[in-house]
Design a protein around this ligand. Structure first.
Ligand SMILES: NC(=O)c1ccc[n+]([C@@H]2O[C@H](COP(=O)([O-])OP(=O)(O)OC[C@H]3O[C@@H](n4cnc5c(N)ncnc54)[C@H](O)[C@@H]3O)[C@@H](O)[C@H]2O)c1
Length: 252
């Protein structure tokens, strides 16, 4: 028996990287997984279903009100409810590491739009369904960079700080409805985006590993167990919290 048997969970930005690892892990625990992304989700959906898991792919932009509404209604039509959401979609891997005075204003706005407004937009759409059920779990993805004050990606770090503030305030508004909202703050993780986009040097990786209690590189799979816990009934009395999953890089 899986920890998420029969639960329906949307993972945004799940076509690749850490989002894909969440989707695989949730399916293995018995969830009906909605794999969302702006990019093609078919390969992952096929992989999950071939292994006996339950998944559908829905292409939708997390900042487009109409596309979100369509994703929510397709999910409810197909599975009857929405038990959980992981707001994982973000602009990250492709962002240049540069001084804050050099960041393009449009790029700053884009990061805020997708990383912050997108989380609010998806949350406000699913919370209506969750309120009707009297139950739901939302996980928002921040970053250890907030606690480190990591330089050279000011828009990104700022957006992830906002995720913590937003999640705490949202959690206060939905507790009465049995809806839990928590945050996972990953450390630097070897997702495809991080490896392929080449924004981080070996020196940067080595320094990150050296600063951890557990001295090895973080993999997308390292984050999955915490997500399953926060989506399962085992965490029904935990809300408004931030869990740093980074091998003890920051303590919070
Ligand atoms: N990899 C790391 O080191 C690390 C560390 C801390 C936090 N995180 C966070 O974890 C999450 C996943 O990171 P990743 O490394 O797998 O990056 P990634 O770039 O591979 O994943 C982001 C996904 O979001 C999708 N996406 C972007 N804009 C979207 C939109 N408007 N609507 C829907 N989908 C959209 C992308 O297509 C992509 O598949 C992000 O929130 C990231 O900020 C990553």
């Amino acid at each position: 028996m899986g920890q998420l048997d029969g639960k329906t969970i949307i993972v945004t930005g799940a076509a690749q990287g850490i989002g894909a690892a969440y989707a695989r892990g949730l399916a293995e625990e018995g969830a009906n997984v909605v794999v969302n992304d702006v990019g093609d989700t078919s390969a992952l959906v096929e992989e999950i279903t071939k292994k006996g898991g339950v998944a559908i792919g829905i292409i939708a932009d997390v900042t487009d009100k109409g596309q979100i509404a369509e994703m929510v209604s397709q999910t409810v039509d197909k599975y009857g409810r929405i038990d959980g959401v992981i707001n994982n979609a973000a602009l990250f891997g492709k962002l240049l590491r540069q001084r804050f005075e050099d960041i393009d204003i449009n790029e700053f706005d884009n990061v805020m739009r997708i990383n912050v407004r997108g989380v609010w937009q998806v949350s406000r759409a699913v919370v209506k369904v969750m309120r009707g059920q009297g139950y739901g779990k939302i996980i928002n993805i921040a970053s250890g960079t907030v606690f480190k004050g990591t330089p050279m990606q000011l828009h990104y770090v700022t957006s992830k700080g906002a995720i913590i503030a937003l999640s705490r305030a949202m959690a206060r508004e939905v507790g009465e409805d049995n809806i839990c909202i928590n945050v996972i703050a990953p450390g630097l993780t070897e997702s495809e985006a991080v490896i392929n986009e080449g924004q981080f040097s070996k020196k940067h990786f080595d320094a990150n590993i050296a600063g951890r209690c557990i001295k090895r590189a973080e993999q997308p799979e390292d984050l999955v167990g915490t997500a399953i816990f926060l989506l399962s009934q085992d965490s029904d009395f935990i809300t408004g919290q931030v869990l740093c999953v980074d091998g003890g890089s920051v303590t919070h």
